[in-house]
Design a binder for this molecule. Structure first.
Ligand code: ADP
Ligand code: MG
Length: 492
């Protein structure tokens, strides 16, 4: 179908108009920003989205309402495909104003209650990598300038990986080869890999760097085989200085891709070209991988990344807010950091929704407005600092205040805490009350003992020490304590 840019844009506007009535507004604003129609071929529409996050979210949750919306405009379209195009990002001025669209429809729905007028804000979320055409239809991914080593917030859990990346960036091919980074989803592997690539480019602008996911590598190979262009593909990979392969776990089971990759690896390695790899698990656990490839992955440096601690999570949120030019209160940042523990990607997702909420309602996000988002995410978890939250918090000043919050959290009563029972959860609650009274209310051990049913100074001291030790060992326990302190208004 031939359409010019203007026609495509107006078609997209109409489609988004249908979509906004089908999905939650905040989701619409979060994920369909700076999207556009990339092409329409026969019965397929390809929609370009600016980030990998948007790609994943739309693919997971909104593909069928999107398709319905497309079909309302073009009934002959049978398939809707998505594509990540990081460059959309830079041309956001040109894209459809989705806030306006969502408002238009809100106004239609709520004629007597129009949404507040709002001005356009510059919005920045993390763009993914751009697809570029390299050789005759063989696509690869280029480095995304947004991922840099200097905007990677380093914490104890990522320190080693970060140091290894920096060393590789200073002396590619010499420091650690290959560099193998592993860890769970959304913990910063891609960021580190791309950041290292960008840093190498900054220091050595002439180096040829290829960043590719192992799936992409495989697809390129399959395509090249189909088009009889394997020679060209080999040449491309053998002529580079730095090869970055993300998510090598997907190479498992793909026999032919492994063999091809094995040869590429060897050739690059022999001439001291840098190879950087990531995976969701260490090489020895990549059980489906050929032994010779597995052992090669172990030749250089292997480092892991783990979920950052609470302080680092706060620092990451602060840094992302700064990047996007928005200000969230410390209270809100800590609330998010406390309650999102699975990945930094999820942390960013919550932040993204908070921003969308703000743009929609023009009301600064608070714990109250973000709480429901978090509850949806962590279905099986207690959300610390929300359930009993009502309005601005008053600071706890007495042992009773502390007991009133700590007791219900552990499902024990004030009487239990004051009494003599040695049941586990009661002892825990009691010790936590003592600890917080000591730590935050600056009471003496004697005074705490007196107030808590006439206990000995040494008993209180012992309990406080135990809590302190447990917090060092157990990240979840620490999170609970800090969550309680937050709820008590004791963390600034
Ligand atoms: P992975 O590849 O391990 O699944 P990503 O590198 O895609 O994870 O990270 C997910 C998101 O979190 C990215 O937007 C990334 O920029 C961000 N991120 C992860 N760790 C950090 C960090 N330590 N500092 C800043 N941003 C981070
Ligand atoms: Mg990744």
């Amino acid at each position: 179908m031939l359409m010019d840019e203007k026609e495509l844009k107006s078609l997209w506007k109409n489609i988004l108009g249908h979509l906004t009535t089908k999905i939650p507004k905040s989701q619409f604003l979060t994920w369909f920003r700076t999207t556009e129609i990339a092409e329409i071929n026969d019965n397929t529409m390809v929609v370009a989205v600016p980030t990998e996050i948007a790609f994943n979210n739309i693919a997971e949750k909104f593909l069928s309402p999107l398709k319905e919306s497309v079909q309302e405009e073009l009934p002959l379209i049978e398939h809707v495909r998505l594509l990540v195009d990081g460059s959309l990002y830079l041309q956001k001025k040109r894209s459809v104003d989705i806030v306006k669209i969502s408002q238009m429809h809100t106004e239609e729905l709520l004629e007597h209650n129009p949404a507040p007028q709002r001005e356009e804000r510059v919005y920045d979320d993390t763009p993914a990598v751009t697809e570029v055409l390299l050789i005759d239809g063989i696509t690869s991914k280029v480095l995304n300038p947004k991922y840099r080593l200097d905007n990677f917030v380093v914490g104890p859990e990522t320190q080693l990986a970060y140091a290894a990346c920096s060393a590789v960036a200073r002396a590619p091919g010499e420091a650690y080869n290959p560099l193998f980074i592993y860890g769970g989803v959304g913990l910063g592997k891609t960021h580190l890999l791309q950041g290292t690539g960008n840093e190498i480019l900054k220091r050595y602008p002439k180096k040829r760097i290829v960043y590719v996911t192992s799936e992409k590598f495989m697809n390129e190979l399959i395509e090249a085989i189909g088009n009889h262009k394997t020679e060209q593909l080999r040449k491309k990979y053998r002529n580079i200085d730095v090869l970055i392969v993300d998510d090598v776990q997907f190479l498992a089971q793909k026999q032919q891709t492994q063999i091809e990759f094995f040869h590429t690896f060897n050739e690059l390695y022999q001439v001291k070209k840098q190879i950087i790899l990531s995976s969701d698990r260490p090489p020895k656990e990549l059980s489906q991988l050929e032994a010779r490839l597995q052992s090669r992955f172990e030749w250089g440096m292997i480092v892991d990344v783990q979920m950052p601690d609470f302080e680092t999570r706060c620092a990451i949120l602060h840094s992302k807010c700064q990047d996007r030019g928005i200000i969230l209160s410390n209270e809100v940042i800590e609330f998010i950091a406390h309650n999102v523990q699975s990945s930094i990607r999820e942390l960013e997702g919550v932040l993204q929704q908070a921003i969308a909420q703000y743009e929609l309602t023009h009301v600064t996000p608070t714990i109250k407005t973000i709480g429901p988002t978090l509850m949806k995410l962590n279905k099986n978890q207690r959300i610390v600092g929300y359930n009993s939250y009502s309005g601005p918090r008053t600071k706890a000043t007495t042992v009773e205040d502390v007991m009133n919050v700590v007791g219900p959290f552990y499902h024990v009563t004030g009487e239990d805490i004051l009494g003599e029972t040695r049941k586990k959860e009661i002892v825990t609650a009691r010790s936590v009350v003592m600890y917080i009274a000591k730590q935050d209310l600056s009471m003496t051990f004697e005074r705490i003992g007196e107030l808590l049913g006439g206990r000995l100074h040494s008993t209180v001291m012992h309990a406080c020490n135990k809590v302190e030790k447990a917090m060092k060992k157990d990240e979840n326990f620490k999170r609970d304590i800090n969550g309680l302190r937050l709820e008590l208004g004791l963390l600034s």
